[in-house]
Design a protein around this ligand. Structure first.
Ligand code: ADP
Ligand code: MG
Length: 461
C-alpha cells in the first residue's frame, strides 16, 4: 500500500467511525461499508463505489454527513469524490467469486487496452450485472437469449444490436456477456466501452498524435462491446474509424455487440454504410419488463439488504413504476432509507405512497403518451410510414393500422375525439367509428388482438 493509499484508508476509518454515529446502523452498512477509500487527490478523498447510481444516490442523500465526517481531522477538512467500478464488499459469495475472476481477467489484459479510458473504469464490468442476476420475461427474453448466444457462440449473431428505452437492462446484458466470456475463456480479450469513452479516447489520440494506439485498442480485441452507440451520430471522423475497425473485426468473425436507444436507421447523422453494417446481423428491441419481472427484480434487490418488505408493498411499487428499472430500484432504495429512519412506524401502502410520491410523479410524467408517439409506433409496427396513416389510402393493410392508431390514441391519451380527429386529418366521427370497430375486429382476429395489446404495452413502457 502506498503512502497515499494508507492515508486515505486511515482518514476513511476515522470518517466511518463518525458516520456510524450519525446515521442508522443499516444505512451505515448499506452505504458506507460499501465504499472503498482509494487515494487522496490533494485534500480530496477518492472513494470507490459500484456504479454511478450508487454515487449519485449517496451524494444526494448523505453528502452533508460525509463532509462533516471528513472535517477537522487533525486540523484539516477533506473533500470527497467518487470513482465508479468498484464492487461492493458485502454481497454474498457468488458475486465475490465473479469479482475474483474479473480481477484476474483485468490483470491479464494487455497493457495497451487499459488506457482507452480512465483505468478504473475501462475493462471493468460491474460484478452484479450477470446473466444470473438478470430476470427474464417476455419483454426482454429475446435480447437476453441473443446476448447469451453471443457470449456462448461468438460470431454467430454478428453484430448483435440491442436497442430500447433507457433503464431497462441494455448495459446489464452487455456486462453479462463480458462476465460470461471472461469466465469461460479467460484468454479472450473482451473490450467493453461506452461510445462516449471511445469518443474521448479518440479526441485524446488526436491531441497527442497517438493515433495508432487508438486504432489498435479498437481492433486488437477478440470481442468488442460498445454501449450507447447512438453517440456516434454526427461524429464524422469517429464514424470513419469505427467503420474500419468494425470491418476488420467482422471479417475475422469477431463478435461485436452494440446497444443503443434507437434503431440504426433512426440515429440521426449516422452514415448509411454504418447503418447497413449495424443491421446486417441481429437487431433486437428490448422492452421494459412486465409486472412479474419487476416484482422479481425488487425481491432480488432486497436480498442485499437487511430490511424486508412484504410482497404487498413490493407489488405496489412495481405496479406504479413500469417504464424504467433504474427508477424502480431507486424507489426501493429511497423507501429503505426513509423507513429505516423510523423503524417503529408500520409500513403501510399509504406510507409508501407518501414517501415515494415524487418518484411516482416522475414516472407518471415520463409516461405521458402523445398522439404523435402512437402514430409513429403503430406505423413502425406495421412497416408503414406515418404519412400512410394520415393518407386516404384504403387497402386493409393501411386502413386497419390507421384504425388501431386512432383507437389507441383515444385509449391512451386524454385527447378528445375531435382533437384526435384533427391529428389524423379526419373528423371526430371517423375516430368514434374506430373506437367501436377495433374491439370488434380484435374479437374475430387473434393476430390483430395480439398486435394491439403488444402496441399498448410498448407505448405504456
Ligand atoms: P440501460 O442500459 O438499458 O439504460 P441498465 O442496464 O443500466 O439499463 O439497467 C438499469 C438498472 O436496472 C441496472 O441496475 C440493471 O441491473 C437493472 N435491470 C434492468 N433490467 C433488469 C432485469 N431484467 N433483471 C435485473 N435487473 C435489471
Ligand atoms: Mg445503458
Amino acid at each position: 500500500m502506498s503512502n497515499g493509499e494508507q492515508l486515505a484508508a486511515e482518514l476513511w476509518k476515522i470518517a466511518t467511525e463518525r458516520l456510524r454515529t450519525m446515521v442508522p446502523d443499516n444505512i451505515y452498512k448499506q452505504w458506507f461499508l460499501n465504499m472503498q477509500p482509494l487515494r487522496l487527490d490533494g485534500a480530496c478523498l477518492v472513494l470507490g463505489v459500484a456504479d454511478d447510481f450508487f454515487a449519485e444516490w449517496v451524494e444526494r442523500s448523505y453528502s452533508t454527513q460525509i463532509a462533516e465526517a471528513l472535517s477537522n481531522i487533525a486540523g484539516h477538512d477533506y473533500g470527497h469524490k467518487f470513482e465508479e467500478g468498484f464492487a461492493p464488499q458485502i454481497p454474498s459469495e457468488p458475486v465475490e467469486q465473479v469479482k475474483a475472476e474479473e480481477d484476474k481477467a483485468v490483470d491479464t489484459m494487455p497493457e495497451t487496452l487499459s488506457n482507452i479510458s480512465t483505468p478504473a473504469k475501462s475493462n471493468r464490468v460491474y460484478s452484479s450485472y450477470t446473466f444470473d442476476n438478470f430476470v427474464v420475461g417476455e419483454e426482454n427474453r429475446y435480447a437476453y437469449t441473443a446476448a447469451r448466444t453471443a457470449a456462448e457462440k461468438p460470431g454467430l449473431f454478428n453484430p448483435l444490436y440491442i436497442y430500447g428505452n433507457t433503464g431497462i437492462g441494455k448495459t446489464h446484458l452487455l456486462h453479462a456477456v463480458a462476465h460470461e466470456v471472461q469466465k469461460n475463456n479467460p484468454n479472450m480479450v473482451v473490450r467493453y466501452a461506452t461510445c462516449e469513452e471511445i469518443l474521448n479516447c479518440f479526441v485524446e489520440s488526436l491531441k497527442s498524435h497517438q493515433y495508432g494506439s487508438f486504432r489498435s485498442q479498437l481492433r486488437d480485441v477478440d470481442m468488442l462491446l460498445v454501449d450507447d452507440i447512438h453517440v456516434l451520430g454526427s461524429k464524422g471522423q469517429l464514424q470513419e474509424q469505427f467503420f474500419n475497425a468494425f470491418n476488420a473485426l467482422y471479417s475475422e468473425g469477431k463478435q461485436i455487440i452494440l446497444t443503443s436507444d434507437k434503431r440504426p436507421s433512426e440515429i440521426s447523422g449516422l452514415e448509411a454504410r454504418l447503418i447497413s453494417r449495424f443491421e446486417q446481423g441481429v437487431t433486437t428491441e428490448i422492452y421494459a419488463p412486465g409486472l412479474e419481472v419487476r416484482i422479481a427484480i425488487l425481491r432480488g434487490m432486497q436480498q442485499n439488504f437487511m430490511m424486508r418488505f412484504d410482497d404487498e408493498i413490493l407489488e405496489f411499487i412495481a405496479s406504479r413504476i413500469s417504464s424504467n428499472v433504474r427508477r424502480l430500484q431507486g424507489a426501493l432504495m429511497q423507501l429503505l432509507t426513509r423507513v429505516s429512519l423510523d423503524q417503529d412506524m408500520p409500513i403501510t401502502i399509504e406510507r409508501v405512497e407518501y414517501i415515494l410520491h415524487s418518484v411516482f410523479e416522475e414516472e407518471f410524467t415520463s409516461q405521458q403518451i402523445t398522439v404523435d408517439d402512437i402514430q409513429k409506433k403503430v406505423a413502425e409496427y406495421f412497416n408503414l410510414r406515418v404519412s400512410d396513416l394520415l393518407s386516404n389510402k384504403r387497402p386493409k393493410s393501411i386502413a386497419e393500422p390507421r384504425m388501431v392508431a386512432m383507437y389507441l390514441a383515444r385509449k391512451l391519451t386524454d385527447s378528445s375525439f375531435p382533437q384526435i380527429g384533427s391529428a389524423f386529418g379526419r373528423n371526430h366521427a371517423t375516430i368514434m367509428n374506430a373506437w367501436t370497430k377495433v374491439p370488434e375486429l380484435c374479437a374475430k382476429d387473434e393476430e390483430l388482438r395480439r398486435a394491439v395489446s403488444l402496441l399498448e404495452r410498448q407505448l405504456k413502457s
